[in-house]
Design a protein around this ligand. Sequence first.
Ligand SMILES: C[S@@+](CC[C@H](N)C(=O)[O-])C[C@H]1O[C@@H](n2cnc3c(N)ncnc32)[C@H](O)[C@@H]1O
Length: 264
Amino acid sequence: MSQLAHSTAHVAKDHKLSTASQFSKAAAHYNSHANVQKQAAAHLIKLLANKNQQGVCLDLGAGPLVNTALLQQYFATVVAMDLSHAMLNTDKSREYLKLCADMDNLPLQKNSVDCVFSNFAVQWSADLPLLFKQLFAVLKDNGRVYLSCVIAGSLHEIKQAFSCLDDQSRINQFHSSDNVTQYAKAAGFKVNFAVDTCYTDAYKSPLEAIRSIKAIGATSLHSNKKRQGLLTKQALNNVCKAYPLVDGHARVSYHVVLLELEKQ
Ligand SMILES: C[S@@+](CC[C@H](N)C(=O)[O-])C[C@H]1O[C@@H](n2cnc3c(N)ncnc32)[C@H](O)[C@@H]1O
């Protein structure tokens, strides 16, 4: 293995550990903050409920198992998969099939799954085109994917507020909606449904808005750059002053593409 390939593998491993750790820290309180995630999930479940579903469903990036529980109404078997062990252990009230694994290295057999459901998770993939190829491979013929993916333009308020400090982006780079759809098509999927939408949360203060990002575990940088250190109190004050307000509220916008894909 070349030195570059070797060091990149280390960064990728560090990045995965960091992502898992961020989400694990957020696990206990994630559900009470995940308002927009719940809206997107409801939209996907509605799409899915209109079709005659059966067999095995994979909830990819399942988080605190809220959607997994709903999916159990539609499928005989639902497997909840997540990188974060703590997320998968959030709900001990009922039985779940759980798999703690990395979506970039799907540990599933080819042609073994009837449906993949994934809400607000695949934007964490280190290689989205490859992920779609892997999803295509594990699905059976006529299998479907229902997913929401956070796309470019998201968290622009946070980005604007932090730009008062320097020109380093503190938020992840997201794929464009067109790119996400193209990756799915390139993997072989037929796109039955593709809609861009924007979900917005509104907070009483910029500080609450900034904390909401942490509360859902989305603070890990996606690039290979080292994460910036903690903000000083003064810097945080400046960021809060620079936060754009609408009707006195600090909004946090998530642009999302909702997709239904089919393996034909
Ligand atoms: C924003 S949460 C969404 C959780 C849930 N799907 C929902 O709708 O609330 C994203 C989830 O993706 C998981 N995740 C991030 N990177 C992952 C990866 N590489 N493989 C598997 N899961 C991952 C996180 O641990 C987290 O639980």
